[in-house]
Design a binder for this molecule. Structure first.
Ligand code: PLP
Ligand code: COI
Length: 354
């Protein structure tokens, strides 16, 4: 598809890598493409980054028809820029679109506009250790009417942001509070979709945890509040008595691409990895009898984030003496090694931009 380009009249100064943080600075341009039932996807364009007008009755503002994705572009030692498993994000976005009754984007078209836009902004990919260009594709329902129905008009956009580490702790272990009241998602709901509403609904528990000095919450299932689901906005994994355990994809859990990659790396190396139900009782027992060896969250933003402390009701447990564990460190080194092109990509996960 032809992309119409309107260049920003002035380019911004690139930030000092030490000031990056996560998602605070945006590049010079953004990508937009519209959808209507009659025309399908049309009017693909790259325009200067900035606010844009939206009709006050737009579906997204009232009924939350919004989905998003998150992936990164990495600068390798030879100066080139590469993406990590972008087709996985595109497929997940289309699954989210199906759940929210938003229009899907054919895979080839989505990959074409994504790679062309990131290529256009690729000078913004920082090269300092641990930094990358975070890519945020998103789509919203844009019907200009207050009727509640499946969406007929939608807008797809991509914005990009040079980032450092997601948590201020970096790769240092974080403290996590197990949430016994609020739930993130339920089976049959939208947990497996990456839609904005899931994050809005999780903010209350996150805020409560932060006030108590924790970085994030560990979510339990929405029906029995018994089974472990995710940690904050990441998937979660444990090493219990030598076995790597991660909650199975039940419908209320987001199928993370980092999760999938961790499983594939570990299985290729002969580790026993179980995707299964893991109850809070089993986890508590493992903490009590010392068989919980490691715990970590995994997601694009933080890659792998070790959990050093878990709090449940009035109990606190330290995991692996509050230090990063061997498997956690190994996964971090392997995934970041592949992403930044420091080690061989034997899985064929990276896609170099022109
Ligand atoms: N779970 C939730 C709720 C998320 O928002 C994310 C982040 O995208 C993940 C898990 C991890 O997914 P991925 O590894 O694809 O980034
Ligand atoms: C992740 O990439 O792990 C995320 O959860 C992204 C977050 C900012 C929604």
């Amino acid at each position: 598809m032809e992309i119409k380009i309107t260049k920003a009249p002035e380019l911004k100064t690139k930030p000092d890598p030490s000031t990056l943080g996560f998602g605070k600075i945006f590049t010079d341009h953004m990508f937009i493409m519209d959808y209507s039932k009659e025309e399908g996807w049309h009017d693909a364009r790259i325009v200067p980054f900035g606010p844009f007008p939206i009709h006050p009755a737009s579906t997204v503002l009232h009924y939350g028809s919004e989905i998003f994705e998150g992936l990164k572009a990495y600068r390798t030692a030879d100066g080139s820029v590469q993406l990590f498993r972008p087709l996985e994000n595109i497929r997940r976005m289309n699954n989210s679109a199906e759940r929210l009754c938003l229009p899907e984007i054919p895979e080839e078209l989505a990959l074409e506009v994504l790679t062309k836009f990131v290529n256009f902004e690729k000078d913004w990919t920082p090269s300092a250790d641990g930094t990358s260009l975070y890519i945020r594709p998103f789509m919203f329902g844009n019907d200009e009417t207050l009727g509640v129905h499946a969406v007929h008009n939608a807008t797809f956009m991509i914005i990009t942001s040079p980032v450092g580490s997601y948590y201020k702790e970096g790769i240092n272990p974080v403290k996590i509070m197990i949430e016994a009241d609020d739930v993130r998602a339920v089976r049959g709901g939208t947990g497996y979709a990456k839609c904005g509403g899931n994050y809005a609904a999780s903010n209350r528990a996150g805020q409560k945890a932060e006030e108590k000095g924790y970085s994030q919450v560990l979510w339990l299932d929405g029906v029995e509040r018994k089974y472990i689901e995710e940690v904050g906005a990441m998937n979660v994994m444990f090493k219990i008595n030598g076995e790597i355990v991660t909650p199975m994809l039940s419908g209320s859990i987001l199928p993370g691409i980092t999760r999938k990659s961790c499983i594939e790396v570990l299985k290729s190396e002969g580790y026993k990895v179980s995707e299964r139900l893991l109850s809070i009782d089993e986890l508590e027992e493992a903490m009590d009898n010392g068989t919980l060896e490691e715990a970590w969250g995994c997601g694009t933003a933080a890659v792998v984030s070790p959990i050093g402390e878990l709090a449940y009701k009035d109990k606190k447990f330290t995991v692996n003496g509050g230090k990063i564990g061997e498997v956690t460190q190994h996964l971090y080194d392997t995934l970041t090694g592949i992403q930044w092109g420091k080690i061989e990509d034997k899985f064929g996960w990276t896609l170099k931009l022109d």
